[in-house]
Design a protein around this ligand. Structure first.
Ligand SMILES: NC(=O)c1cnc(N)c2cc(Br)sc12
Length: 319
């Protein structure tokens, strides 16, 4: 095959593979069989071997690229990754609601309720829609560059549906089924078991050899924008919808309510439904929806004043 034909076929294959990867891992709604998908990947790999000058960092063949690193580089976040203050009961939530309504000075207040994923907070940077860099939260200001490992997460888009430059925040996690499979495998090999999916996810992403992270079916939900160029968003609800439009995986269980009673209802609904989720959650995140009111409330050195995490009581250890 000559170069021009190879360019066209490679472009076509990448489009198809990215779309099928998105449908399978983000929408959980595949329309081709694994065999058909693997066939497309094999053809793309062969063409890229034949024409190495046509390989690009966002090609789906580059997910398990890198060689083992000697260490992780430090990354300074474009804006600090704050952690959430905690609420443990209704009284804490009512006090939070009072503080918000005081700051709102009569302006209507909407809360976005989201599941608090029990994983590892990460920050992802995209330049003109291409994934550039991913980092751990670290101390909130400086994290570790784990780009190679994050690229192995199939639901993480290597190229967005629009060429935007932004930094997004999310939680990388290990689904419960994968955690059980991994620990069974480690038990067979006489290796120490992971205590919980959170530790397993953190341990996987802190591997210096990306091939090890690639063997673990990690996943990721995105839930916020750290910084963005050329886009004005008025609410968090809009932000989450926009992240979905760009091709990110956003948790579908979110709900926007206009009172603390609505928040309490959501919390009780998910207290019941939590065991049936395919991933672990350790609470519910409640955020002010209006970004203007968030600006007004600001943040302490550690936590935003416009959000809080309701923590479920720790599950009694499964004996
Ligand atoms: N949906 C969310 O905002 C969310 C979900 N899960 C988490 N572990 C966290 C942590 C922060 Br900080 S926000 C958030």
């Amino acid at each position: 095959m000559e170069l021009q034909a190879a360019k066209e076929r490679i472009h076509q294959l990448r489009e198809m593979i990215d779309e099928h990867n998105y449908r399978y891992h983000v929408l959980d709604d595949p329309i081709v069989s694994d065999a058909e998908y693997d066939q497309m990947m094999r053809e793309l790999l062969q063409l890229e071997e034949q024409f190495p000058q046509l390989v690009t960092p966002d090609s789906p063949t580059q997910r398990v690229g890198g060689k083992p690193l000697p260490f992780f580089e430090k990354v300074v976040h474009l804006s600090p990754m704050l952690s959430l203050g905690n609420a443990f009961d209704e009284e804490d939530l009512r006090e939070f609601d009072e503080r918000v309504r005081k700051a709102a000075e009569g302006e209507p207040v909407h809360y976005v309720c989201e599941l608090k994923i029990d994983g590892l907070a990460v920050s992802l940077r995209y330049q003109d829609g291409i994934f550039q860099l991913g980092a751990t939260r670290g101390d909130g200001q400086t994290g570790e560059d784990i780009t190679q490992n994050l690229k192995t997460i199939r639901s993480l888009p290597l190229r967005l549906k629009q060429p935007v430059t932004l930094e997004v925040r999310g939680e990388a996690f290990m689904p419960k089924k994968e955690f059980e499979r991994l620990n069974k495998d480690r038990e067979k090999k006489g290796e120490p078991l992971f205590a919980n999916p959170r530790n397993a996810a953190a341990g996987s992403l802190r591997q210096l050899d990306p091939k090890l992270a690639a063997e673990r079916a990690l996943d990721i939900f995105l839930y916020g924008i750290g910084s963005i160029e050329g886009k004005e968003l008025a609410t968090h609800t809009e932000t989450l919808d926009y992240l979905e439009k760009l091709g990110f995986k956003v948790n579908p269980e979110r709900k926007t309510v206009d009172s603390m009673d609505g928040v309490l209802e959501y919390i009780n609904e998910w207290r019941e439904k939590r065991p049936n989720l395919p991933y672990e959650i350790d609470g519910i995140v409640i955020k002010v929806d209006q970004l203007g009111l968030r600006e007004k409330m600001g943040a302490t050195a550690k936590n935003p004043r416009w959000a809080i995490a309701y923590k479920f009581p720790a599950e009694e250890a499964v004996t």
